[in-house]
Design a protein around this ligand. Structure first.
Ligand code: LLP
Length: 477
């Protein structure tokens, strides 16, 4: 679904893809498994006898009441299970291995902690992610540091923290390391394998025009440079061909290509396993993915090599949903259901044309009698969350849950139109806990230098008015 060029093409494709759900499709009254929707929602989800969606045993209505909307909600048990499936699955197939959670997909301190507890190492891309990993108590020797444009300050921080491995991207970075290293440091080199990931252009990084890493011919010179440096402990090569990849042949091809770079102690084959976002997507799943890369590793890599993988999206996407309140329902040329969030908290809709599926969480088992377009509240026409959503007739105040939004949503949340970044909650065993609090208007203003000149009467009145306004966005007001 990521191959089309224009947004109108994409919209048509998505509409066509979604037509497998017939208008008026309705779950049987006693059926709490909502057909295909169920395979998109967190594993630990169910519907109460009142027709309310529960995640981790907590009704979404309660979560919205307690924490407000928009709200990112994660099934904590589901997150733990997915990490374990990767960690145990890879160890069983290739014992000399490590799973590194690609933390850019969901960089919350609580998530770093959880990944660490379940046995994964952490991949960070930048000083901010490094600080969050350390704040979560992740041991530095389980952290790998990425980035195509690392600064001196970040490299110094990584060296000072004593992280395990730096993934070198280019020759300038080697110049920097040459200046900064005072003790031996493990290094991998990111190479461009020249593999078409067959995904959306913005998510493909394995082709020769990628800004990440060095092509094979230039990689050899960089490898020689590291090998001859007394403090550069060159361990091997890294690749990452892209993200949201649904065909495992691409991963196998990448393993084969990377083997041509030479014989090394370590091969890191990146992340990229795709997930099911819409009814029509077909995702390979963790076992098929691991089977594919390990089979290729057995054929092409030294049998005693250390094999690393860096999954992000495939760990966190399905475990997370976003809860919105419906603010507007407009039945004009078509039915528009607008919610109190949008691309400010779900940037992928605009960045990659990603589409999701929706459910009215307070009336899950009501008949789906209407096809709505679910839109956000940001001032962009690309702020379209679901193009063709079979729903019961939505009403203002309904809670709309967008499924499979656990990856790259929170991390790319922004303040477009003055939006406040939503809170993040983990739910499990009938309990919920706040892991990231909602941004407040005070937070929003805190970075801005105050205007000190309030000499005119109008300015003074405006300042007084501002001081009397609520500091928080109160969804219950
Ligand atoms: N390793 C490296 C070096 C990466 O750059 C990435 C993702 C991963 C691992 C994890 O890939 P995953 O398993 O999550 O596919 N904002 C885009 C995705 C960008 C992915 C960036 N790199 C999106 O939301 O689609």
């Amino acid at each position: 679904m990521h191959t089309t060029e224009s947004s109108s093409d994409r919209a048509e494709d998505t509409a066509a893809a979604c037509r497998t759900v017939p208008t008026g499709a309705q779950p049987a009254p006693d059926d709490t498994r909502l057909g295909e929707l169920w395979s998109l929602l967190p594993e630990d989800s169910r519907v109460t006898s009142e027709g309310v969606l529960e995640i981790g045993g907590v009704p979404v209505t309660e979560l919205a009441e307690q924490y407000g909307t928009p709200l990112y909600v994660y099934d904590e048990t589901g997150l733990r299970k997915r990490i374990r499936a990767f960690v145990d699955g890879l160890a069983a197939r290739w014992p000399n291995s490590q799973v590194l959670f690609a933390s850019k997909s969901f960089p919350a301190v609580a998530m770093y902690r959880l990944a660490h507890e379940e046995g994964a190492g952490i991949d960070v891309a930048g000083g901010g992610e490094l600080r969050m990993a350390l704040a979560a108590g992740v041991a530095p020797e389980r952290i790998h540091f990425h980035g195509n444009a690392k600064t001196d300050a970040e490299l110094k921080m990584a060296l000072q923290a004593g992280i395990d491995t730096i993934i070198v991207d280019n020759e300038n970075e080697l110049d920097r390391l040459n200046r900064l290293l005072t003790t031996p440091q493990k290094l991998l080199l990111r190479v461009i394998p020249g593999v078409d990931a067959k995904t959306h252009a913005s998510q493909a990084t394995g082709g020769l025009d990628s800004k990440f890493g060095l092509p094979m011919d230039q990689a050899l010179a960089a490898i020689e440079r590291m090998r001859s440096h007394p403090l550069m402990d060159f361990e091997g090569v890294h690749l990452h061909i892209g993200s949201q990849i649904l065909d495992t042949k691409q991963f196998a091809e990448a393993v084969e290509k990377i083997s041509t770079a030479g014989t090394f102690p370590t091969y890191d084959v990146g992340g990229g396993l795709g997930v099911k976002y819409t009814y029509d997507d077909d995702d390979p799943g963790i076992d098929e993915y691991l089977d594919a890369i390990v089979a290729a590793a057995r054929r092409h890599l030294p049998s005693d090599a250390r094999l690393l993988i860096e999954p992000g999206r495939s760990i966190v996407a399905r475990a997370g949903v976003t809860v919105y309140a419906v603010t507007t329902v407009k039945r004009t040329g078509r039915t528009f259901v607008a919610v109190d969030g949008g691309l400010a908290d779900q940037l992928d809709v605009a960045l990659t044309g990603q589409r999701f599926e929706a459910v009215i969480a307070n009336r899950v088992t009501d008949a789906w009698t209407e096809i709505a377009q679910v839109v956000g509240r940001q001032c962009e026409s690309g702020d379209l969350l679901v193009d063709w959503a079979p729903l019961p007739p939505a009403e203002v105040g309904d809670l709309l849950v967008l499924a499979a939004t656990g990856a790259y949503g929170y991390t790319m949340a922004n303040n477009y139109n003055g939006a406040l970044r939503p809170a993040v909650v983990f739910a499990s065993g009938g309990h919920s806990r706040l892991v990231v609090r909602r941004e407040s208007y005070e937070d929003l203003l805190a970075l801005h230098e105050p205007i000190s000149e309030t000499t005119t009467a109008a300015n003074t009145a405006a300042a007084n008015k501002a001081a009397s306004l609520p500091k928080e966005d109160d969804p219950h007001a």
